[in-house]
Write a protein that binds this ligand. Structure first.
Ligand code: FPP
Length: 241
């Protein structure tokens, strides 16, 4: 299998699964796993630029996660609030631009304002675009894009994709590498449009244990994949005339 150089500024997505099991296996409340998950976010994001990843989209809270017990939902919202409060300076210092993707109208009071403030404070970051999906559903994003259409004229994959993905600030809409931790192998309504040609990487590692070494391993496997985008592999030797 041919090994191609990894292009710069890849877009990686991660379904951060396994927080609850990580905690339960240690006799801890599930929220303890989510707390440790925030540390995994920090170390994973900070490893991205050196691995050639320019955009990292993380799945933190799905539109279906509202069904979880109120205590867990409340804990996750408190964690989001403290993340925005405590991490913004560090994100700005490390050249990280933060965007929060998903609905904001159902988030608890104060959080939409905190998101807007964190986004504004990190808007100059150019080493990494960190996108965190909260109250996010890929299918709802596709429906919302369809509703925003004024007319079907000159609708292309590119123009519709821009509506689905929302403000990308120059980042690529398409995901190159999609990672899911925690041993499950499904997409769970995450970036269904953007991941059309993503390479998939599933790992047994629980998210709280994930870090730069795991990301580097996923990138090494990605570099060995042959991406054809529906075409054919280029022949190693030119065909005889
Ligand atoms: C999935 O694991 C994880 C979540 C639903 C939450 C992810 C949240 C974080 C990593 C921390 C919060 C981040 C911010 C920025 C606030 P699970 O709970 O479904 O795990 P399980 O499959 O083992 O039960």
């Amino acid at each position: 299998m041919q090994s191609e150089a990894v292009p710069r500024a890849l877009h990686a997505g991660i379904i951060m699964d396994g927080n609850g099991r990580w905690a339960t296996q240690r006799g801890l409340p599930r929220l303890a796993g989510h707390h440790r998950g925030v540390e995994a976010i920090r170390r994973t994001a900070e490893a991205c630029p050196d691995l050639g990843i320019g955009t990292l989209t993380l799945y933190a809270f799905s539109a279906d996660n509202w069904q979880r017990p109120a205590e867990e939902v409340g804990g996750l919202m408190r964690l989001l609030r403290s993340y925005l409060r405590n991490e913004t300076q560090r994100l700005a210092r490390t050249g990280t631009r933060l965007s929060v993707v998903g609905r904001r109208d159902r988030l608890p009071d104060g959080i939409p304002q905190a998101i807007a403030a964190a986004e504004a404070a990190t808007a100059a970051g150019s080493r990494l675009h960190l996108r965190i999906c909260v109250d996010y559903s890929a299918r709802d994003a596709i429906i919302a894009a369809a509703q925003r259409l004024q007319s079907q004229e000159d609708l292309t994959r590119e123009s519709f994709g821009a509506l689905v993905a929302g403000a990308m600030h120059g980042s690529p809409v398409d995901v190159d590498l999609l990672i899911r931790t925690g041993g499950e192998q499904r997409l769970s309504d995450f970036m269904l449009w953007e991941a059309a040609y993503a390479e998939l990487h599933f790992t047994e590692r629980m998210w709280p244990d994930f870090g730069p070494d795991d990301l580097a391993a996923a990138m090494a496997e990605f570099a060995r994949r042959e991406r054809r985008f529906g075409g054919l592999k280029a022949p190693a030797v030119p065909a005889a005339a």
